[in-house]
Ligand binder design. Structure first.
Ligand code: SAH
Length: 215
């Protein structure tokens, strides 16, 4: 039988800590979440490979390093309400819910949202709400959010999501650029918006009103 626990521990050391993930809370959360439970039987043996994997509907579960990098950039202390756009398999939501008080996660593909809900339920996760819809519009009735994570590439910083950030909030989103997508963190501070590039990355496109056209 595959020893997923030891594969997971190796993943945390080799793929994350050695490649710049230093937030101990993020490393601990990544060491806890069984990524094998968020992929189909066919991909379980590759659950700790250093890559994205297919999850159906033409979508993928993100590479572990990317999930960790996004979580680290959100600078979570534990009390936040987080908006996640692009639930996908539910894996990143399972990591986020260990780092914040509450996670509202939006997925446009209903079958993916249903599978994610089931995987999260099986792990006993109670502080993630999965919503089916266009996450590029955010969730105005639940705003403001101290942190927003977008797991799909936007053509430009989505104004609606920036508008749903709390004072001192952080938005992490891949932005389309010429050579690659650029994972970018936007920070609201004293009424000013600053941005910082984390690094190049590759994501599926954000489909929707403030993404690449209507769903
Ligand atoms: N974080 C996920 C991976 C997500 S892949 C995981 O850990 O498994 C990106 C997801 O964003 C896809 O499932 C895609 O369907 C979804 N997506 C793309 N545009 C969206 C939108 N406007 N609203 C909600 N979900 C969207």
């Amino acid at each position: 039988m595959t020893d997923f626990a030891s594969l997971r521990a190796t993943m945390v050391e080799r793929q994350l800590r050695r490649r710049g993930i230093a937030d101990e809370r993020v490393l601990a959360a990544m060491a806890e979440v069984p990524r094998e439970d968020f992929v189909s039987e066919r991909y379980r043996s590759r659950a700790y490979s250093d890559s994205a994997l297919p999850i159906g509907e033409g979508q993928t579960i993100s590479q572990p390093w990317i999930v960790a990098a996004i979580c680290q950039a959100l600078e979570l202390g534990g009390g936040e309400c987080v908006l996640e756009v692009g639930t996908g398999s539910g894996y990143s939501a399972a990591v986020l819910c260990r780092l914040a008080a509450e996670v509202v996660s939006v997925e446009r593909h209903e079958p993916l949202a249903a599978a994610a809900r089931q995987a999260l339920d099986s792990l006993g996760v109670a502080n993630v709400e999965v919503i089916v819809g266009d996450g590029s519009r955010g969730v105005p009735e639940r705003a403001p959010f101290e942190a927003i994570a977008v797991h799909a590439t936007a053509p430009a910083p989505p104004a609606t999501l920036l508008g749903q950030l709390a004072a001192a909030g952080r938005l992490v989103v891949p932005i389309a650029a010429d050579a690659a997508d650029l994972l970018t963190v936007f920070r609201h501070r004293d009424g000013e918006l600053s941005s910082e590039t984390i690094g190049p990355c590759r994501f599926v496109p954000l489909v929707g009103e403030e993404g690449f056209g209507p769903a």
